[in-house]
Design a protein around this ligand. Sequence first.
Ligand SMILES: NC(=O)c1ccc[n+]([C@@H]2O[C@H](COP(=O)([O-])OP(=O)(O)OC[C@H]3O[C@@H](n4cnc5c(N)ncnc54)[C@H](OP(=O)(O)O)[C@@H]3O)[C@@H](O)[C@H]2O)c1
Length: 234
Amino acid sequence: MERILVIGGARALGAAVARRAAKDGYEVVVGARDLAAAEALASQIGATALRVDLQDEATIAAAAAGLADGVDHVVTTASAPHDVRAVELDHDSLTAAFTAKVIGPMLVAKHLAPVLRPTGSIVLFSGVVGWRPGPGSLVKGTTNGAVEFLARHLAADLAPVRVNAVSPGVVDSGAWDRLGDAKAALLSRSAATTLVGRHGAPDDVVDAVMWLLRAGFVSGETIHLEGGARHRAA
Ligand SMILES: NC(=O)c1ccc[n+]([C@@H]2O[C@H](COP(=O)([O-])OP(=O)(O)OC[C@H]3O[C@@H](n4cnc5c(N)ncnc54)[C@H](OP(=O)(O)O)[C@@H]3O)[C@@H](O)[C@H]2O)c1
């Protein structure tokens, strides 16, 4: 049975990947900075849980030690948005955003490379904002863009372990529930920016992640899951 660590795995798209992986017969380890939330999901799906906070390298090292007998795949969905204009940037929030998407995954590679099986893979999470600049998207867009290059360079560094990224458009993952009544308007606006006329569903993303785990001839790629949004005139 292949083992998969899902970082950011306690909720939203991370939890959706963890649930599907468990259903598909993977041995799932839910990694999250909120250990109680990771344990709650793990107990529902027959998985185990580890505390992983990408801002805390010691937790990444400890996770690698806990997986010393090997791991096949690592998926990291972590994101710490800092959606402000340049003049409003806050250094700590900026650092947290780059840590969640770029620096943290590099440290994951550092600590998990020795235990990743050579037939295995890493899947990173980017996002369509990297390719569609707008007011307040400076940090998210730049970190998402960096993820594409991280996948390429990490794939070369860790070969034969494969490294790829997925880049979702707006997905009703649960992350937008915090908007309350404004969520429906956001989803409908985002649907209008695609070629397929709808917003994303978690399964759109999970299907691609599960395919990448098995796609043994694909490495260093970013798969865009946004209904063609990059190809539609604004
Ligand atoms: N949903 C969308 O519409 C959409 C669109 C484009 C791209 N994406 C990308 O898809 C990925 C998943 O999105 P989502 O909808 O599932 O978003 P989400 O609900 O915001 O999930 C982000 C996850 O990152 C975790 N996280 C944040 N900082 C972390 C850290 N330092 N260490 C470990 N985990 C950390 C959060 O954990 P806590 O629970 O502890 O906060 C949460 O589980 C993100 O990278 C996002 O940018 C999503």
